[in-house]
Design a protein around this ligand. Structure first.
Ligand SMILES: Nc1ncnc2c1ncn2[C@@H]1O[C@H](COP(=O)(O)OP(=O)(O)OP(=O)(O)O)[C@@H](O)[C@H]1O
Ligand SMILES: [Mg+2]
Length: 256
């Protein structure tokens, strides 16, 4: 079932056209990666879906709720969660307090037992339980990234938008965060769309890859069909594509 539909979206920053006629869809439980060079429009697209930026044309729908531009902020916040590309830890919070912020669309004046239960369950799932009372300013980069994801999941969204979720993580945490995202997308039936710089990780953990260049989609399809030509077209880098023992493509950039 399709949850997120983006149809013909165009966006401009003044005279800079950042997105041109972008159309895509993400289904329930699916993980879709957007790849593409710096400045391609990946973050802009995520911000348009969030309605932080208003497209000049096109429409963004969350099924069966409708057009995100016409929703109240609280309704949108219940449906869409987002982790930004960079966000410094907010100083005074403990991990638990920070993750509870994800319940904001649901709470009255104070958090209920149910809010606390949801937050604690997600901390447990992300292996953050022992850090619940630690200040977020005292977390490692990987732990902080997981806390951001925990806050997003505590929102119980239908759509999860992640801007470079593996940024600043070591290899172990890159893999564990992506495995977690994939598992949680499946079990919680969330439609996940993430901007990714590491093409090999995107291939390995995504159901579908969307390539953006200069604000336009140049490829949309199965990760196994990524070719050296596409890598050249996107990044202006010559690459070799080999298959690993499971038949998954591995991109190896060639040096001159
Ligand atoms: N606030 C802004 N004002 C003007 N132009 C902007 C603004 N934000 C982004 N741009 C421009 O819009 C285009 C798309 O930027 P965007 O941040 O969406 O790219 P990106 O694909 O996320 O890049 P990166 O991989 O570097 O994060 C770029 O040309 C960028 O310079
Ligand atoms: Mg970006």
């Amino acid at each position: 079932m399709v949850i997120l539909r983006v149809r013909g979206v165009t966006f401009r920053y003044g005279s800079v056209e950042a997105l041109r006629d972008v159309t895509l869809e993400v289904r329930e439980g699916e993980v879709v990666s957007i790849i593409g060079p710096n400045g391609a429009g990946k973050t802009t697209l995520l911000k348009c879906i969030l309605n932080l930026l208003k497209p000049a044309g096109g429409v963004i729908l969350i099924e069966p709720h409708g057009n995100v531009a016409k929703m109240w902020g609280v309704e949108r916040a219940k449906l869409i969660a987002y982790t930004p590309q960079v966000e410094a830890p907010a100083a005074p919070f403990t991990v638990l307090e920070f993750v509870l912020l994800g319940r904001k669309p649901y709470v009255g004046r104070t958090y209920s037992r149910e809010d606390l239960r949801v937050a604690e369950e997600i901390l447990e799932e992300l292996g953050l339980r022992d850090l619940a009372l630690r200040r977020v300013s005292e977390l490692s980069g990987g732990e902080w990234r997981k806390a951001l994801i925990a806050r997003a999941l505590t929102q119980k969204p239908k759509v999860l938008l992640l801007d470079e979720p593996t940024n600043h993580l070591d290899l172990k945490h890159q893999v564990s965060v992506l495995e977690l995202i994939k598992k949680l997308s499946r079990t919680k039936k969330v439609a996940t769309l993430m901007a990714m710089h590491d093409v090999n990780l995107a291939i390995r953990y995504s159901d579908k890859i969307i390539a953006l260049k200069k604000g336009r989609i140049t490829y949309c399809g199965h990760p196994n069909n990524i070719t050296a030509n596409l890598i050249k077209e996107l990044y202006e880098v010559n690459a070799e594509v080999i298959k690993d023992s499971n038949g998954v493509p591995v991109i190896i950039p060639k040096t001159a």
